[in-house]
Design a protein around this ligand. Structure first.
Ligand code: PMP
Length: 417
């Protein structure tokens, strides 16, 4: 008899039966408040009726219209619809299945379009698990150890981490940008550097928003040196941070934008977007995949966009996110182990530190387990595993945020030392 591989490491013991909105129900009928949203994917909630209907209708019409063989209507309609939300002048889209694949596609595009080889990513960044994406990923050695050699041509610069170094955000930003300039002067010459690859909020690396001035500094250097700015919005996109895109907070323009996760409410779909003239500098037919731009996923993505717009989910993420952050700060005020509360919109986290200010993974794991046992599904993150994060669906209500805060407060109190 076959069984599941021990390679699988599960964050909770839940055996899911069905999901509805912000709740997951296990096979014993127990209800869980889901503040993981399948790692930031089910932004419209579990099984939103509009998404279910769109997918069901598409399943009965055409499931797999392979896009390098035949074009299909859901892909064309989704492309048009995404035009409403993409930043100018990113008017050209290429679809894949997962975040990692889209990250790899963006590197192929950047290398072909510039004729340069290197990509600079930022320490603590997460960009996926395929060998190219893993080379760009420095959110923890667990994503890299023992699997190398990874894709060559990657240089890593610091991401501004104010809390970690006890700096102000301005100090952290200034340090990171100076180190980037040093890296361009010593390791990866601008003439060899195709792109910067950055997340607007470090996700798996610990929920650290790019402080003011950092993304702007990258944009300025990208323009100065002819380097492309690739913004990985896999986790931060589609309203998650209280603006449609995470980079909207900085008011900058990416050259290549990567989206996945929240794009199709749980159906596998990802995309890269760039200006047409940039895409034209790469080679037709050099990208693709059997399942990319799946018809059912595209239909679900169109419904997802409808729901986000009609139910004002971006505004809801900003409002409920502020409420969540506020509540988390109040709880942290009574719990010295929670050294920092941070995030943007509905991407919020608590970092646990010991009396010496060092990362305290054990305290984070205890609080996480107590929350999950109490019916609040959460995830951890951060290079040291000492950050507990909350990423509820964007449909979450103020009452559900308050319920989560109550469960979190109980979990933290029960596990305080
Ligand atoms: N980029 C970011 C910012 C992510 O958060 C993730 C997934 N956590 C990925 C890329 C990889 O996406 P996937 O797991 O769909 O390959």
């Amino acid at each position: 008899m076959a069984k599941l591989s021990p390679l699988l490491k599960q964050a909770t013991p839940v055996l899911a039966d069905h999901g509805e909105g912000v709740y997951l129900y296990d096979t014993d009928g127990r209800r869980h408040l889901d503040f993981t949203a399948g790692i930031g994917v089910t932004s419209t909630g579990h099984c939103h009726p509009r998404v279910v209907e769109a997918a069901q209708q598409q399943v009965g019409k055409l499931i797999h219209g392979q896009y390098t063989t035949v074009m299909h209507e859901p892909l064309l309609r989704l492309t048009t619809r995404l035009g409403d939300v993409l930043p100018e002048p990113l008017d050209s889209l290429f679809f894949l299945n997962s975040g990692s694949e889209a990250v790899e596609a963006s590197v192929r595009l950047a290398r072909q379009a510039t004729g340069r080889q290197n990509v600079v990513s930022f320490a603590g960044g997460f960009h996926g698990r395929t060998m190219g994406a893993a080379a760009l990923t420095t959110a923890g050695t667990k994503f890299r150890a023992g699997i190398g050699p990874l894709m060559p041509g990657v240089a890593v610069a610091p991401f501004p981490q104010a809390y970690r170094y006890g700096w102000s955000e301005a100090e952290a930003t200034s340090f990171a940008l100076r180190e980037l300039d040093y890296l361009l002067a010593t390791v990866s010459a601008p003439a060899d550097t195709a792109a910067f690859m950055v997340e607007p909020v470090l996700g798996e690396g610990g929920y650290i928003p790019a402080p003011p001035g950092f993304l702007e500094g990258l944009r300025e250097r990208a323009d100065r040196h002819g380097i492309l700015l690739i913004v990985d919005e896999v986790q931060t996109g589609f309203g998650r941070t209280g603006r449609f895109w995470g980079h909207d907070h900085a008011g900058i323009r990416p050259d290549i934008l990567i989206t996945a996760k929240g794009l199709a409410s749980g159906f596998p779909l990802s995309a890269i977007a760039a200006p047409t003239e940039l895409m034209e500098r790469a080679w037709p037919g050099s990208q693709g995949g059997t399942y990319g731009g799946n018809a059912v996923s595209c239909a679900a993505a169109i419904a997802t966009l409808d729901v986000i717009q009609e139910e004002n989910l971006v505004d809801n993420a900003a409002e409920t996110g502020a409420r969540l952050a506020d509540g988390l700060r109040k709880i942290a005020a009574d719990h010295p182990r929670i050294g920092d509360v941070r995030g943007l919109g509905l991407m919020q986290a608590c970092e646990f530190t010991g009396p010496d200010g060092e990362p305290d993974a054990a305290a984070a794991q205890r609080a996480h387990k107590a929350a999950v046992d109490g019916g609040l599904l959460l995830l951890t993150c951060g290079a040291h595993g000492n950050v507990v994060r909350m990423i509820p669906p964007l449909i979450v209500t103020a009452e559900q945020v308050d319920d989560a805060l109550e469960l979190w407060s109980a979990a933290v109190s029960a596990t305080a030392d």
